[in-house]
Design a protein around this ligand. Structure first.
Ligand SMILES: [Zn+2]
Length: 277
């Protein structure tokens, strides 16, 4: 089914900024990595505009990008990631970049890695972030295009059909815990206010228990030292909030090519079965 070796399970997360992998998907990366799944990450930008220190101490785009790349690599080690790929898009500008080229680059990485499972944000970018929305759109297009033998990308790798594509689907409980930690999540884009758009429980296909790994996720989050001033409330939060935030992750399964029933508690359900038989 996967086109790869039957004994090798591979998970690819396609995200926008360093720290999305820890704050967002750290639970599944830690869990599946610990279970022996090969975990891969493609991050589109270096987050070089994410500065919480005094403005006069801002190190500049290139230097902050270099620092955040290092933080991402440290977090990846904690989470047990097999590989991190950084694309060279500008933080805050991903939606203005050439979307066809971005998709083509993602097709290349999907065909190279041959994951059975791809995970990205949701179509609302979780809380309206334009970079997240752009990543979701391109990851979705690339998942479909990677399987299409008629879609060319320069390296000429053979097509690969991803078995399952997931969107990260925040419940309202998680949104509330996030807002307790970070304050209100609100963005002004083109004069319009954007807020988190939680998913009702009935839209959630996949509930993953990551409670055994929440301390690993927390260690990974703390690798993002430049971001810690923005996490101050998070640092002070009691343990029960951490458990809500990192102890269970919820997803909407966008597509599956393998036998699947709802609700699932494993992204590799159906895939594990076909790998064994
Ligand atoms: Zn982000």
């Amino acid at each position: 089914m996967s086109g790869g070796p039957a004994d090798s399970l591979r998970l690819l997360c396609i995200l926008a900024h360093p720290d999305d992998e820890s704050l967002g998907l750290g639970g599944i990366l830690a869990k599946y990595g610990a279970e022996g799944v090969e975990t891969y990450l493609v991050t589109a930008t270096r987050g070089e505009k994410g500065w919480f220190g005094p403005p006069e101490e801002y190190p500049g785009l290139a230097e902050l990008g270099r620092i955040r790349e290092g933080e991402l690599k440290d977090a990846a080690k904690v989470l047990g990631l097999r590989e991190v790929t950084l694309l060279d898009y500008q933080d805050g500008e991903l939606d203005k970049a050439d979307q066809g080229l971005f998709t083509q680059q993602l097709v290349h990485h999907i065909r190279r890695i041959r994951p059975q499972v791809v995970v990205t944000f949701d179509h609302n970018g979780v809380y309206g972030h334009p970079d997240h929305i752009a990543a979701t759109r391109a990851a979705t297009a690339a998942t479909l295009a990677a399987a299409d033998a008629g879609f060319d990308e320069p390296s000429g790798l053979p097509p690969h059909a991803v078995s399952k594509l997931y969107y990260f689907a925040w419940t309202d409980e998680v949104r509330q815990a996030y807002e307790a930690a970070f304050g209100e999540l609100v963005m002004q884009i083109n004069g319009v206010e954007r807020r988190a758009v939680p998913w009702p429980h009935w839209t959630i296909s996949t509930w993953i228990d990551t409670s055994a790994h929440w301390t690993t996720v927390w260690e990974a989050i703390k690798c993002h030292c430049t971001q810690l001033p923005g996490y101050q409330k998070l640092l002070d939060l009691p343990e029960e909030y951490h458990r809500v935030l990192w102890g269970r992750l919820t997803f909407h399964r966008v597509l599956t090519l393998v036998p699947t029933t709802d609700p699932e508690d494993d992204m590799f359900a159906g895939i594990r079965l076909s790998a064994r038989t």
